[in-house]
Design a protein around this ligand. Structure first.
Ligand code: 5AD
Ligand code: SF4
Length: 459
């Protein structure tokens, strides 16, 4: 086994267990599922230290922003929110404000916060979550601003305490970091190189969750298809997927796949095991070979289409989602049209679409970008309209069908309506009696919208 970093186990020192007694915490989470999962770990550590959850961010003795650095807009939002806390800090100097996550790994941002946002007391990065007890201890001892950002990816730490946000659905990290270095992306710099968890630890976490009544797991990694490569495994992700399916957990999903490392065997395993859900998120980013080359994605449009065709042929009911960036430096009108053509070809169920955002330190940030923002916005709108059209059409095919929905509870908009995700990963709003969060509910689809389905529980 190739070893590139240390693997350790978390233990909370006795002296840290009382730090949070009579104190409350609140965490604001931004960005991807990796951050959502990190927040669950941070909450677990804080509760093990005696903190309890505050009813609002204003109430909290320790308020933490777990941040995302993928696009500047997300960073600006966080800085705006932190800016608003100035008065709260003046009124309650005893409150502690912290910032962690990907923004904390950016030197420029940390400098900006130090200069302009003195209300931030603690900054710590993505690599030292398990050191949170000692960081807080140090802060409460000295009560002066504390910045702890490690630039080299940390060890893989097992047995971290967790407060899961849902009791029936769990995010399970299978690997951390990314080696792909797509030229626009900051993730390899903020999250470090690919590090896979050992299979047995992953399976233990799944079995423990299942034994507590867990129903659905979502395997997480920036690039799950590369799972195990750093452990010297050839087809590690497929083997892992099979082993996860063998645990008998009701539902398995995984995010995110990369077209470059994708292996046909993983789709065969999806087909073989009914508890691996037939939905796939396969980011394409652009439909132009020239743009893909400058993004350093490592595949062509033809290769992507052949993967798509193979998957649809093997599993015709597969739902397909993607990520697309418009306005990458130098993207011509023709190259953008090629992206539209690809979206027409794949008829995605959903696409997360973004305007390119330059990230300091990435190769693309140095490329000449002469496309006016107005043009980028128009492209985004055209793409979104096309994606909505196909999503709508796909959704219509579910009319009058019966889908199995894992209920998440009352819907956000209407407490009399429940919502949850179907096996196909469609968000379904439905009515019915005697329904609880965590129930599998058979729902007949009675109406469709671009991104959601409506239905009624079948008795
Ligand atoms: N600008 C815009 N979108 C980006 N993404 C990653 N980096 C950037 C960037 N610099 C998008 C990609 C990725 C998703 C998580 O975020 O589409 O798949
Ligand atoms: Fe970023 Fe590319 Fe890695 Fe995804 S695969 S996290 S887009 S570098």
């Amino acid at each position: 086994m190739k070893k590139t970093f240390d693997r350790t186990t978390f233990t909370l020192e006795e002296r840290f267990k009382k730090i949070g007694l009579h104190k409350t915490y609140f965490i604001r989470t931004y960005g991807c599922q990796a951050n959502v999962r990190d927040t669950e770990t941070i909450a677990g550590i804080l509760e093990a230290m005696g903190f309890t959850l505050a009813s609002s961010q204003e109430e909290a003795d320790f308020l933490l922003f777990n941040t995302c650095a993928v696009r500047r807009s997300a960073e600006e939002h966080v800085l705006g929110e932190i800016g608003k806390l100035k008065q709260l800090k003046l009124d309650h100097p005893g409150k502690v404000f912290g910032l962690c996550g990907c923004m904390a790994q950016e030197e420029g941002v940390v400098e900006e916060i130090k200069q302009k946002y003195p209300q931030v007391d603690i900054i710590f990065g993505t690599h030292n979550l398990s050191n949170l007890p000692s960081i807080l201890h140090e802060y409460y001892e000295q009560e002066s601003p504390l910045i702890k950002v490690e630039s080299t990816p940390g060890n893989i730490v097992e047995d971290l305490p967790t407060v899961r946000s849902q009791s029936f659905k769990a995010f399970i990290n299978i690997m951390y970091g990314c080696n792909k270095f797509c030229t626009y992306c900051i993730v390899p710099y903020t999250r470090g190189r690919e590090r896979s968890r050992e299979k047995q630890h992953i399976l233990d976490e799944i079995n423990a969750f299942k034994n507590q009544g867990g129903k659905e797991i979502i395997l997480l990694g920036q690039n799950v298809n590369a799972y195990g490569k750093d452990l010297g495994e050839e087809d590690g992700f497929t083997d892992l997927l099979r082993a996860c399916a063998e645990t008998g957990i009701d539902r398995i999903r995984f995010y995110t796949s990369h077209p470059r490392d994708y292996s046909s065997s993983s789709i065969d395993v999806m087909k073989e095991y009914p508890n691996i859900m037939n939905s796939l998120h396969l980011p394409v980013q652009s439909g132009s070979n020239e743009v893909l080359r400058r993004m350093a994605r490592g595949y062509t449009v033809e290769h992507y289409k052949s993967l798509f065709d193979e998957m649809k042929e093997k599993i015709p009911s597969l739902t397909f989602t993607t990520d697309i960036i418009v306005g990458f430096p130098g993207e011509s009108d023709e190259q953008f049209e090629e992206t539209l053509k690809l979206a027409e070809y794949c008829k995605y169920d959903l696409a997360y679409t973004f305007i390119y955002s330059p990230r300091e330190g990435t190769p693309a940030a140095k490329m000449e970008d002469d496309i006016p923002l107005k043009v980028k916005k128009e492209r985004l709108q055209r793409l979104n309209e096309l994606v909505a059209k196909y999503s709508n059409e796909n959704n219509k095919s579910y009319l009058n069908q019966e889908l199995i929905v894992l209920c998440e509870g009352p819907s956000k908009k209407n407490k009399k309506v429940f919502s949850g995700y179907s096996e196909e990963n469609k968000l379904v709003n439905f009515t019915g009696e005697k329904i609880q969060a965590g129930d599998f509910v058979k729902v007949k689809i009675t109406g469709t919208k671009s991104y959601t389905l409506d239905g009624e529980k079948i008795i």
